[in-house]
Design a binder for this molecule. Structure first.
Ligand code: AMP
Length: 457
């Protein structure tokens, strides 16, 4: 199948070619012709599947013809859960719409000054990409005219619901014309998302193509067990010194954790930045630009801040803390292996967190390989009873794992040393290791205020 068979016009085919895409992805093959035919769509697809082009290309084709209605409001509205994703979508619209005559776009997201957004809304606009909260603000002050809206896209709808945007979404949709085409993309179409999707669409075509299993095929996933916080830091240090590593995205559970870890790595001499939701949008943009330019080698981020990051140079995703939800794991590791490349996803796990790992494995229908780094093997047995248990994702009743036979984590200590990892030198052996001064001990975290280093400007 080629793009030429999907019904796209020559100017879009030209920009696709300039983007270097030769073959449409599965979601593009299924969604583009259906959207061009005017159908509403419910698409279950994961990040990295090519979903952005799947909704932008048919939407751009539609607006390449002049509007039959007067007014200056958007003809396409894309709702996304985060600012980063919104910016990514706008960038993709410029890329694919490069051959179109004066494509006008506006991004309406929180954390950015209102002034520029208001200025954009004074002029005619073709595509608005927005997060629901900020769009509601503009709607309430009467600045958005949806009278000529033709296409409504809900991107990562499940995430928007997770983030509590359901009421905002329903209010926004109620203000759009009934004649609109609705394209809903979500990792899952079950539960609340499915119910909302049915409410917002008319005779939709349901497309289910990308499972996490297919998507992650080019990402090598590994688990490294850590005995304690100090051991975890040593493992991280070894991973970051791997010569195969180009750029790494490290995930922490909290904003504070991201700041602290970035500061610690900065002290170790790494070119590191932190990215989290408390940062001003302008600073987040600068941080992402440094990452894109390759000036930052290591970015420490929280889940929400990292959504939508699409930087081809990210060779490694490291889960310093486990994600709160199994689904976040899929989003995290999807930040590597971009644009057809391969990537590594390494998850550092405390022995008490095995249950959370199993939840991830169940969600992705994949077993994550247990690995060790030579010289940094865990000393505690991985199968020891957990001293305490963090609540599991959703805490649903689960099948007892004993029923599966031997616990695969029993052998954690015996796993063969990582082939990709370099033998430990002085740094990992504890003889004047550069990490030994800078990394925190296992004691309680300090209450030191936010860092004043450049990553916390
Ligand atoms: P998305 O799922 O929209 O976040 O896209 C994931 C990545 O795949 C982005 O870097 C896109 O530029 C890239 N991409 C989208 N469509 C194609 C395609 N047909 N061939 C190769 N890469 C693509």
């Amino acid at each position: 199948m080629s793009f030429a068979n999907l019904g796209l016009n020559p100017s879009l085919l030209k920009t696709i070619e300039s983007s270097g895409y030769t073959t449409p992805t599965a979601v593009q093959v299924a969604a583009i012709p259906a959207a061009l035919a005017g159908h509403d769509l419910l698409v279950s697809s994961h990040t990295g599947s090519g979903k952005t082009a799947a909704f932008l290309l048919p939407s751009l084709q539609r607006i390449s013809a002049a509007s039959s209605k007067p007014g200056k409001g958007p003809r396409v509205l894309v709702l996304t859960p985060t600012r980063e994703l919104a910016q990514q979508v706008e960038k993709a619209a410029w890329t694919y719409g490069a051959e179109m005559n004066r494509l006008r776009t506006a991004v309406l997201v929180g954390g950015s000054p209102y002034a520029l957004q208001l200025k954009k809304l004074k002029d005619p606009v073709d595509i608005v990409v927005a997060t629901p909260g900020r769009l509601m603000d503009h709607m309430e002050s009467g600045r958005i005219d949806f009278s000529r809206l033709e296409v409504l896209v809900l991107d990562e709808a499940d995430r928007m619901l997770d983030m509590g945007f359901i009421d905002d979404i329903q209010t926004i949709v109620a203000r759009t014309p009934e004649s609109r085409q609705t394209l809903l993309f979500s990792a899952t179409l079950d539960g609340t998302v499915g119910a909302l999707a049915r409410k917002l669409t008319r005779n939709p075509q349901r497309i289910e193509v990308a499972t996490p299993v297919q998507h992650e095929a080019r990402i090598d996933q590994r688990l490294l067990f850590a005995d304690n916080f100090s051991h975890k830091n040593k493992l991280l240090d070894a991973l970051l010194r791997d010569t195969e590593l180009n750029q790494a995205l490290i995930f922490t559970a909290t904003k504070r954790g991201a700041e602290e870890l970035a500061e610690s790595l900065f002290e170790q001499g790494f070119a590191v930045d932190a990215l989290h939701g408390d940062m001003q949008q302008s600073k987040r943009n600068r941080t992402l630009q440094r990452l894109r330019d390759g000036r930052t080698r290591v970015l420490v981020a929280t889940d929400v801040a990292a959504r939508g990051i699409d930087v081809a140079g990210i060779s490694h995703v490291i889960n310093f803390d486990l994600p709160r939800q199994a689904e976040d794991y899929v989003h995290r590791i999807g930040r590597t292996g971009r644009a057809g490349r391969t990537g590594s996803a390494i998850t550092l796990v405390n022995h008490s967190e095995k249950r959370l790992v199993r939840d991830i494995e169940r969600y992705t229908s994949q077993t994550i390989r247990i690995d060790v780094i030579a010289g940094l093997e865990p000393t505690a047995r991985a199968d020891k009873p957990a001293p305490s248990r963090r609540p599991s994702f959703g805490d649903k009743p689960k099948k007892p794992f004993a029923a599966r036979g031997n616990d695969r984590f029993d052998g954690a200590r015996k796993a063969s040393p990582s082939t990709g990892s370099k033998p430990r030198t002085g740094a990992g052996a504890g003889n004047g290791a550069p990490w030994s001064g800078g990394f925190r001990s296992d004691g309680p975290r300090t209450n030191a205020g936010p860092s004043r280093r450049r990553f916390s400007e």
